[in-house]
Design a protein around this ligand. Structure first.
Ligand code: DAT
Ligand code: MG
Length: 140
């Protein structure tokens, strides 16, 4: 079934000029870009986006980091693109992420900063719906 997912190029990826590379991989995989926007997300939006992580030790550094600069936000579409983009992104820890993945090829540990892992991708149809409503209302 065709589905949509939310993809973010995080501030580290944006700053390093990797937005095009991430979007290139999305398109090369065969997914379609439905919406695209570049802006600095505010803390209110990030609190909604990362609600599941509230209270965890990495929550505040994560929200601070994510609001530290522009992100490239995209809605992508395709058969099983939620699972597919997670596979493209690779494991959360960029050091452990396999070569061939976005995080494995382009990411590394910059010193206790696992949050700097270049991309976000929704992890389930429910998350995708919820997250797309936060970033691109009406497109879920
Ligand atoms: P993912 O982004 O792979 O879905 P997640 O949803 O568990 O991972 O966590 C959201 C982000 O929070 C993740 O991209 C990086 C950061 N993060 C997760 N676990 C962390 C940890 N143990 N220490 C620091 N940052 C962490
Ligand atoms: Mg997640």
């Amino acid at each position: 079934m065709t589905e949509r997912s939310l993809v973010l190029v995080k501030p580290d990826g944006f700053k390093r000029g990797l937005s095009g590379e991430v979007l290139r991989r999305v398109e090369a995989k065969g997914y379609t870009l439905v919406a695209l926007s570049i802006f600095v997300p505010d803390q209110d939006r990030l609190a909604l986006h990362y609600a599941e992580h509230e209270g965890k030790p990495f929550y505040e550094p994560l929200v601070d980091f994510m609001s530290s600069g522009p992100v490239t936000a995209a809605v992508i579409e395709g058969e099983r693109c939620i699972e597919g983009f997670r596979a493209l992104a690779g494991a959360t820890d960029p050091t452990a992420a396999l070569p061939g993945t976005i995080r494995g090829d382009l990411g590394r540990d910059w010193g206790l900063k696992v949050q700097q892992n270049i991309v976000h991708g929704s992890d389930s149809p429910e998350s995708a719906k919820r997250e797309i409503e936060i970033w691109f209302p009406g497109l879920a």
